[in-house]
Ligand binder design. Structure first.
Ligand SMILES: Cc1cc2nc3c(=O)[nH]c(=O)nc-3n(C[C@H](O)[C@H](O)[C@H](O)COP(=O)(O)OP(=O)(O)OC[C@H]3O[C@@H](n4cnc5c(N)ncnc54)[C@H](O)[C@@H]3O)c2cc1C
Length: 318
C-alpha cells in the first residue's frame, strides 16, 4: 500500500507542515510518493527525500505555478490512479482542507482530517485524530480501499535520515476548464509574521495592564521572528486588534513555541494553543492554571522578565 503526499511550497520553500506530512506517510507500509507543483529552491528536494519520500512527481508546467484548487485536485486525483497509491496525505492547512475534500470526492475515498498522532498499526487503517479542540482523541477506523488524511501541524517529528528521492516530471492531463481562477498579482498587506502560520507566537493577556505596555511584547516578537497574539479580554477592550485574539472563539495556533505572558490559562484560551509544540508561560502567580499546560514556566513579573528575555535572545543572535 503506497501513499501519495501533496507537498505545499511558498516561494520555492517547502512548508514545514508538508515535511511533517511526508514523514507521517513514510511510517505507513509501502512507498511514499510526493507531488509538488512549481519550481523549488536549492536543496528543497533534498529535504523532501530526507523526510522519507521515495519519489517526487514534479509538476513544472507554468499553468500550475499558481494555486488553483480545482486544477490541483484533478492533477492529484490523476496521480493517485497513476501511482496506485491508496492513501493520500497532506497537511491540515488552508490549502490542504479544500483540496483533501475535493480529491476525496473525486476518487471516492474516506476523508479523515486533523490527524494528531502516528497510527499504531502501520497499515494506516486506524488513525488518531484530535477532537473537541484537542481535549480528546478519536480512534478512527477507515473503511474501504482509499483514504485521504490531513495531518495536524506538529503531530509528527520531521525525519531527517531519508535517502534522496527520485524525481520525475509529471504533466497532468487536466482540462483547461479545471483552471477556475487567475491570480493577477500578490501583494503582502503587512510585513508582520501572520498569526495562524507562525512558528513562534508571543501572546499577552490582561496581566499587561494596558495597550501602552505592548511595546515589550512586540520587541520580543521581533527578536524571535514571532507573530503577536493576545487573550480575548485584551482584544475585547481594544488593547489589541481582534485578528490577534487566540482561543476557542479566536484563532487556533499550532506554533513550535507559544509564549504566554500575563495570561491566566482559562480553558477557552488553552483550546486555541494546545497543539503548540512547546509552551512557555510567564506569570507572577505560581498557581495560574496555564502552568499546568506549560513545558517551561517563569514565575515573576512580566515587566521585569520580558525585557531581559529579549536582551538574552538578541545576545544569542549576536
Ligand atoms: C464562551 C467563552 C469563550 C471564550 N473564548 C475565549 C478565547 O477564545 N480566548 C481567550 O483568551 N479567552 C476566552 N474567553 C475568556 C476566558 O474565559 C478568560 O476570561 C480569558 O482568557 C482571561 O484572559 P487573561 O488571561 O488575559 O486575563 P486574566 O484571567 O485576568 O489573567 C491575567 C493573568 O495575568 C497575570 N498577571 C498579572 N500581572 C502580571 C504581571 N505583572 N506579570 C506576569 N503576570 C501577571 C495574573 O496572575 C493572571 O494570571 C472566553 C470565555 C467564554 C465564556
Amino acid at each position: 500500500m503506497s501513499a501519495l503526499v501533496f507537498v505545499e511550497q511558498d516561494e520555492g520553500l517547502v512548508r514545514k507542515l508538508s515535511l511533517e506530512a511526508v514523514s507521517y506517510a513514510s511510517h505507513l507500509d509501502g512507498d511514499t510518493h510526493v507531488v509538488v507543483f512549481g519550481s523549488l529552491g536549492d536543496g528543497q528536494m533534498d529535504l523532501i527525500g530526507k523526510a522519507g519520500a521515495k519519489k517526487v512527481h514534479h509538476v513544472t508546467e507554468e499553468k500550475f505555478a499558481q494555486v488553483d484548487l480545482m486544477a490541483y485536485s484533478s492533477a492529484i486525483a490523476e496521480l493517485m490512479t497513476k501511482t496506485g497509491a491508496s492513501v493520500l496525505v497532506m497537511a491540515k492547512s488552508s490549502l490542504g482542507d479544500p483540496i483533501s475534500a475535493r480529491v476525496s470526492v473525486k476518487i471516492g475515498a474516506a476523508l479523515v482530517s486533523n490527524i494528531s498522532e502516528l497510527p499504531e498499526n502501520t497499515d494506516g487503517f486506524q488513525v488518531k485524530r484530535s477532537i473537541y479542540t484537542g481535549k480528546a482523541l478519536a480512534i478512527t477506523e477507515i473503511k474501504g480501499e482509499k483514504s485521504v488524511l490531513t495531518i495536524r501541524k506538529n503531530a509528527v517529528e520531521i525525519k531527517e535520515d531519508g535517502q534522496p528521492a527520485a524525481i520525475e516530471e509529471f504533466s497532468p492531463t487536466v482540462n483547461e476548464g479545471d483552471f477556475k481562477v487567475n491570480i493577477t498579482s500578490r501583494e503582502k498587506t503587512t510585513g508582520e509574521v501572520l498569526l495562524p502560520e507562525a512558528e513562534i507566537v508571543v501572546s499577552g493577556g490582561r496581566g499587561l495592564k494596558g495597550p501602552e505596555n505592548w511595546g515589550m511584547i512586540e520587541e520580543l516578537a521581533r527578536s524571535l521572528g514571532a507573530a503577536t497574539g493576545c487573550s480575548k479580554p485584551v482584544s475585547d477592550m481594544d488593547w489589541r486588534p481582534h485578528r490577534e485574539h487566540v482561543g476557542q472563539t479566536g484563532i487556533k495556533v499550532s506554533p513550535s513555541l507559544y509564549v504566554a505572558i500575563g495570561i491566566s490559562g482559562a480553558i477557552q484560551h488553552l483550546a486555541g494553543v494546545n497543539s503548540s509544540k512547546y509552551i512557555l508561560v510567564i506569570n507572577k502567580d505560581a498557581d495560574a492554571p496555564f502552568f499546568k499546560a506549560a513545558d517551561y514556566g517563569v514565575v515573576g513579573d512580566a515587566f521585569q522578565i520580558v525585557p531581559k528575555l529579549t536582551e538574552a535572545v538578541n545576545a544569542q543572535k549576536g
